[in-house]
Design a protein around this ligand. Structure first.
Ligand SMILES: CC(C)(COP(=O)(O)OP(=O)(O)OC[C@H]1O[C@@H](n2cnc3c(N)ncnc32)[C@H](O)[C@@H]1OP(=O)(O)O)[C@@H](O)C(=O)NCCC(=O)NCCS
Length: 160
């Protein structure tokens, strides 16, 4: 398995990333990105990763820089309720605060093409909460004990 290099010193911040639709060939890089970005208990199992990369109708976008996937966003539509859900979003630590998550979010919202976009986030995840608030999301619900370890989820929503 190819190792993702995310040493801060090797990142040239003047370079722009590119955004592409991901596919099953990205499994190994997505696996590593998830493990770097999320606490182990929040890691998606094999079939969830394969699902987000292959199931029809889902949104799967990767940000590529230096030849690697440095960010990923997944999304799905609840067509009955006309809600698009952002199901996962992560950017490798060395590539953060460049605007990559914001770019992925903006593009995923457009692809989801639903009047309402929702997502869940750990109540303590200040970086993500700031990102979402900056991008027009506000809290609409709290799911008690939703995450492993008993932490609540905040449900954020944006109406387009
Ligand atoms: C949350 C995360 C996706 C943000 O990725 P990112 O590419 O660094 O975010 P961006 O550069 O697009 O940030 C855009 C804005 O969001 C806010 N923001 C992002 N990270 C922040 C942080 N650590 N602290 C405060 N504000 C932050 C800022 O307003 C930022 O704009 P600025 O840099 O001009 O101040 C990234 O930190 C990450 O992968 N975290 C681990 C996984 C995770 O928590 N995912 C979300 C699960 S719901």
């Amino acid at each position: 398995m190819e190792k993702i290099d995310c040493e801060e010193s090797q990142v040239d911040h003047s370079k722009r990333w590119t955004i592409h639709t991901a596919n099953w060939r990205d499994y190994s890089q997505l696996y590593q990105l998830e493990r770097v970005c999320f606490p182990s208990e929040d890691n998606w199992p094999f079939w969830d990763l394969i699902g987000v990369l292959t199931l029809p109708g889902l949104v799967r976008l990767k940000a590529v820089m230096d030849g690697y996937m440095v960010g990923f966003i997944g999304g799905e539509r609840d067509t009955g309720q006309r809600i698009g859900w952002v199901t996962t979003l992560g950017v490798l630590p060395a590539y953060r605060r460049l605007g990559i998550a914001q770019d992925l979010l903006f593009r995923a919202e457009k692809l989801l093409a639903m009047p309402t976009i929702r997502l869940s986030v750990r109540a303590s995840n200040q970086a993500a909460l700031r990102l979402y608030e900056t991008n027009g999301y506000s809290k609409v619900d709290r799911w008690k004990n939703y995450y492993f370890g008993g932490e609540d989820a905040l449900i954020l929503e944006k109406n387009r």
